[in-house]
Design a protein around this ligand. Structure first.
Ligand SMILES: Cc1ncc(COP(=O)(O)O)c(C=O)c1O
Length: 436
């Protein structure tokens, strides 16, 4: 499969240069500088449409998509999420502030968090229609808020299924010893507390991990959730109106992982297993919610860097870029593998492997190792595809790095949605020691 297939669906080679949505990456880099992040609206919409088509085909009851803002969130992204009719999943008061600034209606805001602070919970009361309670102490705090006269949003409980998906250990969440979610016993106690105190409990949730390609572990987790629902019906006559098996469907980051794992496979398994499971337990079909982040936004994003220095060591050709660890910590965090193409003449034949390192003072600041690439000169532009998820949202100011500019591309137009940080931005929070 071609490396080009990792890029957004509107990517073309025009006059020997990479373009996305009809915009020349060379021209954008000249105008906005590098590192530069690009989001292609058509690729985002294609991903949403694939989910929606699969849900229509495989689940006959109401179903919806909640975009996981943790993958990448900004004002523009939150606006797009709302315009496309998706719910927005926020973690904590910070993301809720972005949702509120984008005027996302609280009814379509859902909140997660394993250790929500008082500030988070106060923000939930103002801006969220649904709260997923992670643990029993949180349920007690919600009870206290309700007793103090606060109107709570709808509550779902996050179950810990005891089964993770196959992915990097740092992004597995469903295992028995995970810090996320409640055991069955804790969840049963949470249901009792909610019902006896009139809290608006309406749903059940689990999430087994992120970036998985094999949906099979979802079966056992769905069975566990439905067994729990059946037990709660017997104990209290309560049934979840909403069920969410979280998100986490993976994507291809480099050519050896292509093709992109089809969303249909994932949605089909969930839709069919949920229907069969409800039938077997005589449960009504709940409203199904999926919470994808990466599989919607990763491929839509591209990072563009400029090669500053070409260096040869004992056995390596180094291309040293003007970005890396600070805008994309995933290779250092998870050993994540990426691919890349030069923006000029991207189809030039490779001359050998190259190591793409960043400018930061960490030997772990290597974006890509041993990638076959053509001869590349200092000053050339390099485009790294599948850069839309968990890069900028986990970025840092390490070594005084200024967060990159971000552009939104659509039908030949590039709109600046996040300006590049300045040195003044780095000093914005600082207070001098003072003295004379
Ligand atoms: C509760 C929850 N929902 C949804 C997601 C989104 O996962 P992904 O971006 O892999 O789809 C995550 C990410 O870990 C999560 O923790």
């Amino acid at each position: 499969m071609s490396r080009l297939e990792l890029f957004p669906i509107t990517t073309r080679i025009t006059d020997d240069r990479l373009t996305i949505a009809g915009c020349s990456l060379h021209d954008l880099a000249e105008r906005y500088g590098t590192p530069l992040y690009l989001y292609d609206q058509a690729t985002l919409e294609d991903a949403v449409e694939r989910y929606r088509a699969a849900l229509r085909a495989h689940y006959p009851a109401p179903a919806g998509l909640t975009y996981a803002g943790k993958a990448y969130l900004s004002l523009a992204m939150a606006q797009w999420v709302q315009e496309r009719g998706l719910w927005l999943d926020c973690t904590g008061a910070g993301e809720l502030a972005i949702a509120a600034a984008a005027k996302v209606p609280p009814a379509s805001v859902l909140v997660h968090g394993v250790n929500k602070s008082e500030t988070d919970l106060r923000a939930v009361l103002r801006h969220a229609g649904t709260l997923v309670a992670d643990n029993l102490p949180e349920v007690h705090r919600l009870l206290a808020l309700a007793r103090a006269g606060n109107a709570l949003p709808e509550l779902w409980l996050r179950l810990r299924p005891g089964i993770a998906v196959a992915t990097h250990a740092h992004i597995q969440t469903g295992q028995e010893d995970s810090k996320f979610g409640m055991s069955r016993e804790e969840a049963a106690e949470a249901v009792r507390l909610c019902l006896e105190n009139g809290l608006p409990l309406t749903g059940l949730h689990f999430h087994q991990g992120s970036h998985f390609h094999e949906p099979e572990p979802l079966r056992a987790a769905l069975d566990g959730l439905l067994d729990f629902a059946a037990a709660m019906r017997s104990a209290h006559g309560w049934l979840p109106r909403h069920v969410s098996p979280g998100g986490g469907w993976g994507t291809a980051y480099h050519e050896e992982a292509l093709p992109h794992p089809p969303v249909e496979v994932y949605v089909q398994l969930i839709g069919e297993h949920l229907q069969a499971g409800c039938r077997a337990r005589a449960l009504p079909l709940p409203h199904l919610h999926l919470e994808p982040g990466r599989s919607i936004v990763a491929r839509a994003g591209v990072a563009v860097y400029r090669v500053g220095t070409v260096k040869h060591t004992a056995s390596r050709r180094w291309l040293l870029l003007d970005g890396g660890l600070a805008d994309n910590p995933r290779p250092a965090l998870y050993g994540a593998r990426y691919s890349a193409l030069p923006v000029r003449c991207p189809e030039r034949p490779p001359v050998g492997p190259a190591w793409l390192g960043g400018p930061y003072c960490e030997s772990g600041d290597v974006l890509i190792e041993a990638l076959p690439l053509p001869e590349i000169r200092a000053g050339e532009l390099i485009a790294v595809p599948v850069s839309g998820a968990y890069q900028l949202s986990m970025g840092s100011n390490y070594n005084g790095a200024r967060k990159p500019a971000v552009l939104w591309l659509r039908e030949g137009q590039a709109r600046l949605i996040q300006r590049r940080e300045t040195p003044e931005d780095l000093l914005r929070r600082d207070v001098p020691l003072g003295g004379k």
